[in-house]
Design a protein around this ligand. Sequence first.
Ligand code: ZN
Length: 594
Amino acid sequence: MCANILAAVAWPYANGPRHIGHVSGFGVPSDVFARYMRMSGHRVLMVSGSDCHGTAISVKADQEGLTAQECAEKYHRIIASDLQGLGLSYDLYTSTMTDNHAHVTQEIFTRLHENGYVVKKAEMGAFEPSTGRTLPDRYIEGTCPICGYDDARGDQCDDCGRQLDPADLLNPRSKTTGATPEFRETEHFFLDLPALAESLTAWIDTRTDWRPNVLKFSHNLLEELRPRAITRDLDWGVKVPVEGWENEPMKRIYVWFDAVIGYLSSSIEWARRIGKPDAWREFWNDDDARSYYFMGKDNIVFHSVIWPGILLGTNGRGDKGGEPSAELGILDLPTEIVSSEFLTMSGSKVSNSRGATIFVGDFLREFGPDALRYFIAVAGPENQDTDFTWEEFVRRVNFELANEWGNLVNRSISMAFKNCGEIPAAGELTDADRELLDASAGGFDTVGDLLAHAKFKAAITEAMRIVGLANAYISAQEPWKLKDNPERRDTVLHVALQVVSDVNTMLTPFMPHSAQKIYEALGGEGVWAAQPELVETDGAAPILMGDYASEKASWGRREIAVGTLLAKPSPIFRKLDAKLAETGPEWAPVNPQS
Ligand SMILES: [Zn+2]
């Protein structure tokens, strides 16, 4: 049964290159999921883009002597190129700098305003004393008034998950200068979340299958919902579509508000770009469409409560009633929130601001995309905070990817090439042959079911278990000792190659680049796993798009074609120097003190 599936991927912030912690949260899991769903015959729309607004961009731009737009464009290009290199199969990866995005944001704002869910009031704003500019909430740190956590941010406490206001923090300090922020009164528009609380609670009560941590954070927030500012004092962002505010130089839509709307605006942009301007509606206006939102755990409540609140208000479904937007129709709320925990490095959060950082671009240049994708899937922070170490990375690549999977592929194809020159036919099958073939065929159900439920670590572990079975089978059958019994030898090699083909299909969502090579090594032609392309646009920021509908990969056994000519294979996975485990690479050395 074919479904329309929206894969809504968190928007990376364009104030610097992204590190491996970021892509382990939003990037790789969403791509594995989208690729699996496409292979299973569903229609998938995977969208995201760079989050380019907000004072954090202005701060970075000042540091680099650029305008906010130049700075956002610079990092958007780097991020888009990294995500393309990682093989993330976005149908559209765009940015919040487009006219379309501004229009959709303003339409949502206006609809919420007219429905009564946007209210104006004066609040205390935080300003950097040296520049007089708004301090973004995330640039203010202090002690959480609820749980006492020392490094709470102005918008949220990562420890207890509570939504905060900068003025709530005890001992607030500016993250960039350390100065105590100045708080002064300023007028802003607020999203009236309390007026949406009842319908939000009723809706969240229907989300019984959500992960426990998502439900916990959501219920925490629901207990204390209050109006949340959706405009800010700054000069970089979407203009506020209210009379008297549109031309106000220091009033803009607050960056968090326009960033979540990006899921919708990018879907609309995608539809226009493929020449079917209404195609996005099949993913947003259809009750049967499913939507999966991917993010790190620090973004859960934006997607599980606040974005659904915006959608309910836009649809006119809160305490104040209202009408849906004539242009946008009744918009679907999220089906599933797929969040990851944090990838840490030697005990401290890997981030731009706190300590050691391993950037995606550096990683890709040295190790290629699939080693990182494999590591994130098998050892990443899916269910708990996970410490990245070079030791563990080297161990996983050398002993699992190279020794287990790479070795199975390489020796199966090598032996078949050397002895037969082509994919050999099988003779009569023994119990051992059938057992392995059945286990491998069964993997499409077990691995597929785990992937459909976003259980990536369990899914890849199950696929690798079949690799182990196949290696044990070859060791037991010893085809290299069957020179005098070529029929039996060919049968063993045929079975081994069929399992290589099966497992390669199961691993395609995880490692699409090596999957393409293995598919070709088995004589396959054309594009097995399609990759995103970086497309330059006229005078605007580049985008990622891809032709995934025409890829050949599909979920299920492809019978290998007897007689297909084989070539001598080259190793698919390069073994890493064991020294790397102790030293790390030059660009991210292991700190001897940690
Ligand atoms: Zn707290």
